[in-house]
Design a protein around this ligand. Structure first.
Ligand code: G3H
Ligand code: 13P
Ligand code: ZN
Length: 336
């Protein structure tokens, strides 16, 4: 089937009461890992590319790899989503290229670091919604700001400084008409989210639940949702890596989120850890190897394992065959 819209995937997830993992990609092996995991678990899936990924891959490569994915895995509903679009222009260029969903992250200024004003966020997000919906393309917005600047996205070290205000989230959703809403509840991007297993004082699930009460039909998005499992950290460190002890978002908290309106769960770091651990292992155990396939194959397999596990944990497994794709034209007509 062709690339489907994220809105359709999330509407179906809401009906079924499950979440859909949104996995970041930069290259062929990562796309293959996700598609294999989706086939094995019979899952619909969101594949997302950041601005960094688009520039790394000269995004036309990435786009055509995605078309190959739809041809080779015709039974899997897959949406191609722009992660953290930093301006209406970036979102428009993704729409032109054929992305079926975009995130306008107006919580930050176009530098991806400086927190923006609420009015700026409403205005830029609304602008993208108008352009995107006319083409049937889905829009994700963000209200509140994630912590961390490790990967260039986020407001700084204090992840609790810009936790989403539920009343503002409600107004933002109404004023912008977004299909999906990312909220800030104390998570940040990257491996170093928490210095201990998070409890309610640092991972604000209470805020998420309050937002869901106010916006029961809005699809909520959890960014920074890698679980950063100790096993993956250990493999890297066992083979010469230097990761400091760290904690991610426990799966049970994500599952609590899914019971409270979370439909999209962003995961990148866990896959990066799996890939790097697998490659380090080959380098350490077989220093004589120099064929890239000798380490990219285990890397792809390690990522597939993590993705398949998340698909099962998020509940999307088994739902690939539930529905037929709705075209962009039909989505555009529905938005009208
Ligand atoms: O939002 C963060 C994702 O992990 C993508 O990261 O901007 O380094 O590609 P990136
Ligand atoms: P992680 O760094 O926790 O994987 O989060 C990824 C993300 O939110 C991408 O937008
Ligand atoms: Zn993110």
């Amino acid at each position: 089937m062709p690339l489907v819209t994220m809105r359709q995937l999330l509407d179906e997830a809401a009906k079924g009461g499950y979440g859909v993992g949104a996995f970041n990609v930069n290259n062929m092996e990562q796309i293959q890992a996700i598609m294999e995991a989706a086939r094995e678990t019979k899952s619909p899936v969101i594949i997302q590319a950041s601005r960094g990924a688009r520039s790394y891959s000269q995004d036309r490569f990435l786009y055509h790899l995605m078309l190959a994915a739809t041809e080779l895995y015709p039974e899997i509903p897959v949406a191609l989503h722009l992660d953290h679009g930093n301006s209406p222009e970036t979102c428009k260029s993704a729409i032109e290229m054929g992305f079926t969903s975009v995130m306008m992250d107006g919580s930050l200024m176009p530098d991806g670091k400086t927190p923006a004003t609420y009015d700026y966020n409403v205005k830029t997000t609304r602008e993208v919604v108008e352009t995107a919906h006319a083409r049937g393309v889905t829009v994700e917005g963000e209200i509140g700001v994630l912590g961390g600047i490790e990967d260039g996205h986020g407001a700084g070290v204090d992840a609790l400084a810009h936790v989403t205000n539920p009343a503002q989230a409600e107004e933002f959703a109404r004023l912008t008409g977004v299909d999906a809403l990312a909220i800030a509840i104390g998570t940040s991007h990257g491996a170093y989210k928490f210095t201990r297993k998070p409890t309610g004082d640092i991972l604000k699930m209470d805020v998420l639940i309050e937002i869901h009460k106010r916006l029961p039909t809005t699809h909520l998005v959890m960014h920074g949702s890698s679980s950063v499992p100790k096993e993956l950290q250990d493999i890297i460190n066992q083979y010469g890596g230097k990761l400091r002890p760290t904690w991610g978002v426990p799966i049970e908290e994500i599952q609590l989120g899914i019971k409270n309106g979370v439909r999209k769960i962003n995961v990148d770091t866990d896959n990066r850890l799996a890939i790097t651990g697998a490659i380090r292992k080959v380098f350490a155990e077989k220093p004589e190897e120099f064929d890239p396939r000798s380490y990219l194959k285990p890397a792809r397999e390690a990522m597939k394992k993590v993705v398949a596990q998340r698909m099962t944990q998020f509940g999307q497994a088994g739902h690939a065959g539930d529905y037929a794709p709705v075209s962009l034209q039909e989505m555009a007509a529905r938005y009208k």
